[in-house]
Ligand binder design. Structure first.
Ligand code: ADP
Ligand code: ZN
Ligand code: ZN
Length: 742
């Protein structure tokens, strides 16, 4: 018996299988997907079995035997097949793809998980609670913590900190007062007390029932097409997921629920636990390797039947997968930044095909590709119109910043926004100010010659921070601010535009008594940086929260009744075909932050392009209006879903060598594609400098290939990687591929 093995070394040159002999005593244990140790060159390396046969491909005496089988990875043939598809579809080596679908299990000692349990003496607890809230300046974090514990009895420590924004001091203080016990369990087993579960099973409304009926009817008839569940936040999508999962478990199958990490809130996780109990597991990026392995092992053993998590949860090794749900399917975090640069949506659809199971994509603002596929019948559209609770939407106003300027207001706040801000401060309601895009802010340039001060290691402008120094946002370099222009020696050098710091300064000038918090990459550095700021804001320790993208998504602060978007259009100017889609999504999310409690909210969108379809439709939360305009541009430009891009990124430490290789590569591509009728319509664009042109002393250039047919781009990529070693200058460069970059 012989095994085809992918060696665990990532090199385009080694991107094929090697054959090894299976020793007789291993024959009954060998399987596709197993991790094995093999002799390679003069050392032993790991490899993954991806095929088995009786046919030797070489002279038998030359085939070396497998050394050992590693027991860490349970074999999973489907995930090997998925890896093979991913390596083709997203242009990575098979080894990289296998590492993603069958991550190596280092024998890390599983970390213990802390569980916080309320003591059983209800009277004592109630008395304590009443005493706490009767105190005037009591800790709101402690109040929130107690309220949740009274409802749930037991909650994991990390869920409390990450999702409920309470501090460890809050928990320790309750422990000291003998209100809670803190215990450790090795795995997340029985952590939730189901008898005590606060699950109220709701009666589905008409639209929800119809969606579930269509799904189940198709299942019965063996129809497995992808679904789009389209409905605004609060329309009851999660309730529909729960129902579909119930049906899946009833069939004896398992389910995967993908939720972007940032939206994986405490309430969401709890809804799944409350309905299904301890067959639910979740993983997130903060878990240690050991903890994650623990969760995956539970999936293999059958203890876990529902896995919730970010994109990597897609590779949970279930043996009888019945359903994959991708919630908020338009989120950019579903695309991986490392090879294989896969997107979870097409990958989920492919896994569903391999496993012959169902896949449901859910969103209020689907990606243009997904909505197009649903409208054209490639997917089945399930619509949930309206909100279950009929909570009214915030009142949204668009302010033309150009007009403000012309009428003499040169501040970064429009008069309307200022007026609303003082109104909210007076009423003790909270305000969020969202500054779109931070990288473009705070650069320093010479007023005389226009020279922009750049990082010595990266080709990006440095930004002036309040510490008086210049910071690079790409590599972290900090340099002193020069007294004169390095080029013309003029002393007229100064900052250009405002970042979050200067928003904060301006707010403090206007409202000296307001308590302000700022959340951006600087203030959230270090462990728990995010949590500290969010919990302070949740505890009403501040009136105004200023921040970048990171304040917009997923947070629920019921006392916020005003959201100010300071410069809505900055991200519209990004040179990327998804700029409008990303901006629309951000603005809709931002608007959704205001008025989530009882009181009605206001939203002010400040912009230089008040008539842009993206700004207009987002102010009305009109996704379909936005889609109709956007899809026209995509069609004309042959962008997804009407065409596809393959980005080839070249990296090299030497500027002349990268230039040399990039031109040779472009020539190679044009010549080879040109010879073949098949590629006639493939467009080759570039080479051009990537942005940033240089990062950490490495130069970067890109070549784009564009085609209406994805399969032609897959073939073109093969052509490039096969021909790579023949292109002059290849020794000094790295290249990698990215399909439909975000
Ligand atoms: P989405 O996932 O679309 O944001 P949810 O499923 O979370 O919507 O529903 C929003 C709220 O409405 C939740 O509190 C949920 O419990 C409640 N809800 C959903 N469906 C119903 C229903 N049919 N009857 C009553 N309440 C419902
Ligand atoms: Zn730098
Ligand atoms: Zn100058």
């Amino acid at each position: 018996m012989y095994a085809d093995i992918i060696v665990d070394i990532t090199l385009e040159k080694l991107n094929h299988t090697f054959q090894y002999a299976v020793p007789t005593d291993m024959e009954d244990r060998i399987a596709i997907g197993l991790l094995v140790t093999i002799p390679f060159g003069n050392r032993n390396v790991n490899g993954v079995v991806i095929g088995l046969s009786d046919e030797p491909k070489l002279e038998v005496s030359k085939i070396k035997p497998i050394k050992a089988i590693s027991k860490e990875v349970p074999p999973n043939r489907d995930l090997v097949e998925l890896a093979s598809w991913m390596s083709d579809y997203f242009g990575s080596t098979m080894n990289q793809a296998l590492k993603t679908t069958l991550p190596l299990r280092k024998k890390a000692k599983p970390k213990e998980r802390k569980i916080v349990t309320l003591v059983s003496d209800t009277e004592y607890v109630n008395e304590y609670y009443n005493k706490l809230i009767s105190r005037k300046n009591h800790s709101l974090g402690k109040e929130r913590l107690l309220k949740e514990l009274i409802a749930e009895k037991e909650i994991p420590w990390d869920v409390l900190i990450d999702k409920l924004h309470v501090t460890s001091e809050n928990i320790r203080s309750l422990e000291k007062d003998r209100i809670v016990d803190i215990s450790s369990v090795r795995v997340f087993r029985g952590a939730i007390n189901i008898e005590n579960s606060s699950d109220v099973k709701v009666e589905l409304n008409k639209a929800q029932r119809e969606a579930c009926d269509i799904f189940k009817e198709n299942r019965k008839n063996g129809i497995h097409k992808p679904y789009l569940l389209y409905g605004v936040t609060g329309s009851g999508k999660t309730e529909v997921y729960l129902n579909m999962i119930e049906d899946t478990l009833r069939m004896g199958k398992q389910a995967i629920v993908l939720i972007p990490e940032i939206a994986l809130t405490y309430q969401t996780v709890m809804r799944f636990y409350n309905r299904f109990g301890d067959v639910v597991s979740f993983i997130n990026s903060k878990m240690s390797e050991g903890e994650r392995v623990d969760q995956l092992d539970r999936a293999v053993s059958g203890e876990c039947k529902i896995m919730i998590g970010p994109r990597s949860a897609l590779f949970t090794p279930f043996s009888n997968l019945g359903l994959i749900i991708v919630d908020e399917e338009h989120e950019s975090s579903y695309k991986s930044e490392q090879a294989p640069r896969y997107h979870a949506v097409p990958t989920a659809i492919e896994r569903a095909r391999i496993n012959n199971c169902d896949v449901v994509l859910g969103s209020a603002t689907p990606s243009v590709e997904t909505f197009y596929n649903a409208k054209s019948g490639n997917y089945i559209m399930l619509k949930l119109p309206g909100r279950v609770m009929d909570r009214s939407m915030a009142e949204t106003e668009i302010i033309d910043l150009g007009k403000e300027l012309r009428s003499g207001n040169r501040s970064m706040f429009s008069r309307r926004l200022r007026e609303l801000m003082s109104d909210r401060l007076e009423k003790n309601e909270q305000i969020m100010l969202f500054l779109n895009r931070r990288g473009m802010m705070g650069s320093v340039s010479c007023r005389m010659c226009g020279t922009v001060l750049k990082c010595p290691h990266c080709d990006v402008p440095l930004s002036l921070h309040r510490d008086g120094k210049l910071h690079c946002h790409y590599c972290g370099t900090i340099v002193e601010r020069p007294k004169a222009c390095p080029k013309c020696q003029s002393v007229m050098i100064g900052t250009m535009k405002a970042g979050t710091e200067s928003v904060e300064d301006n707010v403090k000038k206007l409202f000296p008594n307001a308590r302000v918090l700022r959340m951006d990459a600087d203030t959230t550095k270090g462990k728990g940086g995010h949590e500290k700021i969010l919990s302070a804001f949740a505890n009403d320790e501040a009136d105004i929260l200023i921040g970048t993208q990171m304040i917009v998504k997923g947070h629920d602060f019921p006392n916020v009744t005003l959201m100010g978007v300071l410069a809505a259009d900055l991200s519209l100017n990004a040179s990327n075909f998804r700029a409008s889609e990303n901006t629309f999504d951000l603005l809709v999310q931002a608007a959704g932050r205001s008025g989530r409690g009882e009181k009605r909210g206001n939203v002010v969108i400040q912009t230089y392009q008040p008539d842009h379809y993206c700004i207009e439709s987002s102010s009305k939360q009109d996704y379909e209006g936005f889609y109709d305009s956007e899809v026209m541009f995509r069609r004309v430009g042959a962008y997804p879903p009407f065409g596809h891009l393959l980005k080839v990124l070249i990296e090299c430490k030497n500027e002349n060598r990268i230039e040399f290789f990039a031109n040779n590569l472009a020539k190679f591509v044009k010549e080879n594609l040109g010879e073949d009728d098949f590629f006639q319509k493939t467009k080759v664009l570039g080479p051009e400098d990537d942005y940033p042109k240089k990062v950490n002393d490495v130069y970067r250039k890109t070549l784009y290939l564009k085609d209406r047919h994805y399969d032609r781009l897959i073939k073109a990529k093969k052509l490039i990687s096969d021909g790579f070693s023949q292109i002059d200058g290849n020794n000094y460069v790295n290249i990698w591929f990215d399909y439909d970059p975000l």
